[in-house]
Design a protein around this ligand. Structure first.
Ligand SMILES: [Zn+2]
Ligand SMILES: [Zn+2]
Length: 370
């Protein structure tokens, strides 16, 4: 069952590009506000305080933050074995430029958080595309207050902290002169409005967890670690804000015979010494069913044959890659007396290496794609 949990950035009321300093500032402000000492007996404040602590713990650790940015809450269930994929999915650009745009205030209704869902598909489904439906339990507009967060008969009012601006300007004297910083208001978290009398059903958030059936077309050509974005199917925004997006994290189940290398599908094909020496017509598996293929006389170990258009499609253009058949000559290990005799006649072992024509190994390297 898909689990939904509030986005850590949303919990701290910062945007995804927030610098370490911004995170710390947001955490301190919220932690002070919801500290159990200041809110004795308030269960909700206690929950918020825990949630804030958890969010800060993850986002303040650059490695865990990076993992969270890529996989969302799903990252927490993944062990160290997943380390390699985190590395490859990690966007260096984000790391170097995360400090840019610091202290930029955000105003207006907040967008709902993005949600992530792990989806596994069969090998063939990844090639052809598939329609899947899921039931996702996610923050949705509260039916009691229509998503406003205000108790029936009351409404939201301008935030007294920031005067409805959603931002607070601070002027400081520094060595370089007067410095003005603009920060998102902690009280209303940038919305400019606060609920005076909160709706009891949603505690003023305007959101309740509700299940929703979602049907998604997973495009042909998806591969492991790709994300499929489903716009507007994330969490609803608090108090009427726009919804976030849903991301499907794709994992493709392996095929028994075929392997995928990007758009190329690889099949390791065992053949006998006589098939390699004399040539043959053989049937090989592809995602579209068996296809006939020629093994040329004089085929060498590792030589490959390309079957055009039987690979995986590019999810953007739909253009299909090729299938590559790698021919593996199997040397027999158990021979009958008659077979031994025939091989003796063919080329009796004579105690020395057997030179090949010039350029043989160079051509073979090309043929096996080394
Ligand atoms: Zn409500
Ligand atoms: Zn405010």
């Amino acid at each position: 069952m898909p689990q939904t949990k509030r986005d850590y950035y949303e919990v701290l009321g910062v945007d995804r590009q927030a610098s370490a300093a911004e995170l710390k500032r947001a955490y301190r402000g919220l932690a002070m506000r919801y500290h159990p000492d200041r809110n004795p007996g308030d269960r909700e404040a206690e929950e918020r305080f825990k949630e804030i602590g958890e969010a800060y713990q993850v986002l303040s650790d650059p490695q865990r933050r990076q993992r969270y940015d890529t996989f969302g809450h799903a990252a927490e269930g993944m062990g160290a074995a997943g380390g390699f994929s985190f590395q490859s999915a990690f966007d260096l650009f984000d790391m170097f430029f995360s400090g840019a745009g610091a202290s930029r205030g955000r105003t207006g209704p907040r967008r709902g958080s993005d949600l992530r869902l792990q989806v596994s598909v069969e090998f063939e489904e990844a090639i052809r595309g598939v329609t899947r439906s899921f039931e996702v339990t996610k923050p949705s507009p509260c039916p009691d207050c229509g998503g406003s967060g205000a108790r029936a008969g009351t409404s939201t009012v301008a935030c007294p902290e920031c005067g409805g601006q959603g931002q607070i300007q601070r002027v400081r004297q520094s060595l370089l002169g007067q410095m003005v910083t603009v920060e998102t208001c902690v009280r209303c978290q940038g919305e400019g409005k606060v609920v005076e009398s909160p709706c009891p059903a949603c505690h003023g958030q305007g959101l309740v967890e509700a299940p929703k059936q979602i049907e998604v077309q997973i495009p042909a050509g998806v591969d492991n670690e790709m994300q499929v974005r489903v716009p507007g199917e994330g969490a609803a925004g608090p108090r009427g804000g726009p919804p976030g997006d849903l991301y499907l994290l794709i994992s493709v189940r392996p095929h028994e015979q075929l392997q995928r290398r990007g758009m190329t599908i690889v099949y390791e094909c065992p053949i006998t010494v006589s098939q390699a020496a004399l040539g043959d017509e053989i049937e090989v598996p592809t995602v579209d069913g068996a296809v006939r293929m020629t093994v040329k006389p004089g085929t060498q170990y590792g030589q490959q044959v390309r079957i055009a258009g039987r690979g995986a499609p590019d999810p953007r253009t739909g253009r299909r890659g090729d299938q590559v058949v790698r021919l593996r000559v199997v040397i027999p290990t158990r021979l009958s007396e008659r077979q031994k005799q025939l091989l003796q006649e063919l080329s009796p072992p004579d105690g020395k290496p057997h030179p090949v024509r010039k350029g043989f190994f160079e051509n073979l390297k090309d043929a096996i794609g080394l």
